[in-house]
Design a protein around this ligand. Structure first.
Ligand code: UDP
Length: 238
């Protein structure tokens, strides 16, 4: 039985940089794309939202205004989109890169109905340039696009962890992993999984999310293949 037909996969910039912490780690990106291909071969419709933290985050720009800094961040996500698209195409997959900021020479502008059509035709769609608006994040983009395209779930690839814990598992040995959480619990306990805008948008519109460990990209395939809960499932209510 297929669990989810259409998914939004959130790939942070950090995930694409691997241990380098900046730019691209070609081997890591290759591994991630192999798993994306496996998901695709399972018949899952995949839309990817790419982050940009491996290049720039709006809040890094302390000597320029925030909106300009965020624009730099959004352009970074386009570089990531092009990089992921390149690898997926090398693997023989049909893809479309869409940008929320017009740059037609590089990629298609984001048009919701066109994105849905691409997915229906079996193309992997990559959403870049976030929402196109400063002060937002690519996590919020993932919530927004998932709702817009009628995705069944957001797959949130986390680095340095394999799900959501009550405290940082890299610091505390007794950290306990949650199998299930509600969005309300995340907001009330201030659990840092996505920013509050992204969390509220998903909660208000009942969009489920699975946080999984992207350090082993095969985990994204395990979500579909294994009975045991992989990572942490987040819903509005259970
Ligand atoms: N960004 C933005 N609006 C958006 C999405 C992203 O201004 O709708 C900017 C923001 O500055 C952010 C940067 O792009 O810090 C990179 O995105 P993000 O930090 O979400 O990337 P990730 O942490 O997932 O790699």
């Amino acid at each position: 039985m297929q669990k989810f037909k259409r998914v939004v996969l959130k790939l942070s910039g950090e995930a694409l940089a691997g241990n380098k912490g900046f730019g691209f780690d070609d081997d890591v990106i290759e591994e991630i794309c192999i798993s994306i291909k496996q998901l695709h071969l399972l018949g899952v419709e995949i839309a990817i939202v790419v982050g940009g933290g491996n290049f720039w985050r709006g809040r890094s720009g302390t000597t320029i205004d925030r909106a300009s800094s965020d624009n730099i961040g959004m352009l970074g996500t386009v570089m990531n989109g092009l990089r992921v698209q390149g690898s997926l195409e090398e693997m023989g997959l049909d893809t479309r890169l869409m940008t929320a900021i017009d740059m037609k020479e590089v990629a298609e502008p984001y048009i919701r109905r066109r994105a849905v059509r691409h997915l229906e035709k079996g193309r992997i769609v990559i959403f870049s340039a976030g929402t196109g608006l400063p002060y937002f994040s690519t996590d919020t983009t993932a919530s927004l696009r998932a709702l817009e395209i009628g995705a069944d779930v957001i797959l949130l690839g986390k680095t340095g962890t394999d799900g959501i814990y009550d405290k940082d598992p890299n610091i505390f040995d007794d950290a306990v992993k949650y199998d299930k959480l509600t969005y309300k619990e995340i907001l009330q306990q201030e659990i840092k999984i996505m920013d509050t805008t992204a969390t509220s948008l998903a909660m208000d519109n009942k969009m489920p999310l699975i946080a999984f460990g992207i350090d082993d990209p095969k985990n994204m395939v395990r979500i579909f293949n294994e009975e045991d809960p992989m990572g942490t499932i987040v819903k509005e209510k259970f």
